[in-house]
Design a protein around this ligand. Sequence first.
Ligand code: HEC
Length: 126
Amino acid sequence: MKKTVMIATVAAMLVAVSMPVVAQAGAEARCKSCHNFSDKNKVGPGLKGVFGSKAGTHAGYKYKFTKYIKGDPWVWDEAHLRAWILNSKKAVKEFTGDPKAKTKMGAQHVKGAKADAIIAFLKDLK
Ligand code: HEC
């Protein structure tokens, strides 16, 4: 009985200790499953230097959405990134002007303060 209580207490303490760490992890952590914050490509292209760059131009990455771009690609500024991380599936149609345009990146539904934090993070990622 005593042992059970102790285990429960230790477990509760561990949760208490690890919680703030999770809460403090950058909002960009959710992008990490698919992106590196370096030049290296993963499931998605490496995001280093993406802010201010032309869409679909990261070296060595095989994009899906680039085949729908007519003319010059858009530049990843704040407005484009905001729309992209909210709903890339919808944004790609707007940005290309092609209602059939598709992207491999699923809609992330990131908005508000989280979106602000991620965009600020990407801006600094040089
Ligand atoms: C489930 C995997 C996945 C997650 C999670 C994800 N992405 Fe992506 N992302 C991709 C893929 C795949 C592409 C390439 C899309 C294509 O080729 O159509 C991409 C493309 C991009 C691009 C275009 C880059 C370029 O070179 O033009 C940006 C910007 C981007 N992602 C930002 C983000 C951010 C910021 C997050 C976190 C909020 C995020 N992604 C989360 C998979 C993901």
